[in-house]
Design a protein around this ligand. Structure first.
Ligand SMILES: [Cu+2]
Length: 108
């Protein structure tokens, strides 16, 4: 590898790392049948990771609305994540516990 190629490789690597740092992950805890925080405002491209901090109860993330879907069941100590690329308001609840409510606002 010539020096110039090495420089390009290093620059490429740095650009990649910068991109990774830019793409943020925000955590939402689940405890006592509540999402914490229940309301979140994030930028498009952000990943939200839900973490079940309960001792025994499992939960899910059920997005309501026309193209809604439900996550797999999240057991205590486990997490589930979704990246939000499209701006909008995403309302969700928990499949087995409809009294649990969450809201994510995704901005440009
Ligand atoms: Cu639940």
């Amino acid at each position: 590898m010539r020096i110039k190629d090495k420089t390009i490789a290093v620059l490429w690597g740095l650009t990649f790392l910068a991109g990774q740092a830019w793409a943020q992950t925000v955590e939402v805890g689940i405890k006592d049948y509540k999402y914490e925080p229940a309301e979140l405002k994030i930028k498009a491209g952000t990943t939200v990771k839900w973490i079940n901090n309960e001792k025994r109860v499992s939960h899910s993330i059920l997005f309501t609305g026309p193209d809604g879907f439900e996550s797999e069941r999240i057991f205590p100590g486990e997490g589930w994540q979704r990246t939000f690329d499209k701006p909008g308001v995403y309302l969700y609840t928990c499949g087995p516990h409809p009294e649990m409510k969450g809201r994510i606002e995704v901005t440009e």
